[in-house]
Every structure is written in C-alpha cells, then in structure tokens.
Design a protein around this ligand. Structure first.
Ligand SMILES: [Zn+2]
Length: 77
C-alpha cells in the first residue's frame, strides 16, 4: 500500500499552481516596470498625468481601456 502516485500527482498540481502564480507575478512586475505612455496606444489621445500616476504602466486612455475591458469581459463570459 503506497500513496506515492497520489503524492506525485498532488506535487505536480502544486508545481503547476506555483508556476502560474510566478508567471502572473512576473507579468505584474513587468507591467509595473513599463513607464506609463503619454499617449494612448489605441487612439493616440494624450493620457492625463493623473491617470498615468494612478495606473503605472498604462498604455491606453480611459475610454480605450474601458473598451478593452469590455472586450475581455465579453470574451470570458
Ligand atoms: Zn484611447
């Protein structure tokens, strides 16, 4: 009687969780390291200084970000 196979499976699962968390964390860090754009990547409108400070690394204006969020939400649900 051995639980070895089970231990192995749950270890794999744990590794998977940890690496996806690390990928997420690295993505967040990369995003924080990116300087906020002065102009929207989508419509090229200037991005207000307030927004650039509130959302470090942002690349789009409020309007385009809202549309992107909308599109993402539609994709997920
Ligand atoms: Zn825009």
């Amino acid at each position: 009687m051995s639980n070895r196979a089970f231990d192995h499976a749950s270890k794999l699962e744990q590794d998977e969780r940890e690496s996806s968390w690390q990928a997420h964390h690295q993505m967040m860090e990369a995003q924080a390291a990116t300087p906020s754009a002065t102009r929207c990547a989508v419509c090229h409108d200037p991005i207000p200084q307030e927004r650039r400070e509130a959302y470090p690394g942002c690349q789009t204006c409020v309007h385009c970000q809202a549309e992107l969020d909308d599109a993402l939400n539609r994709h997920h649900y």
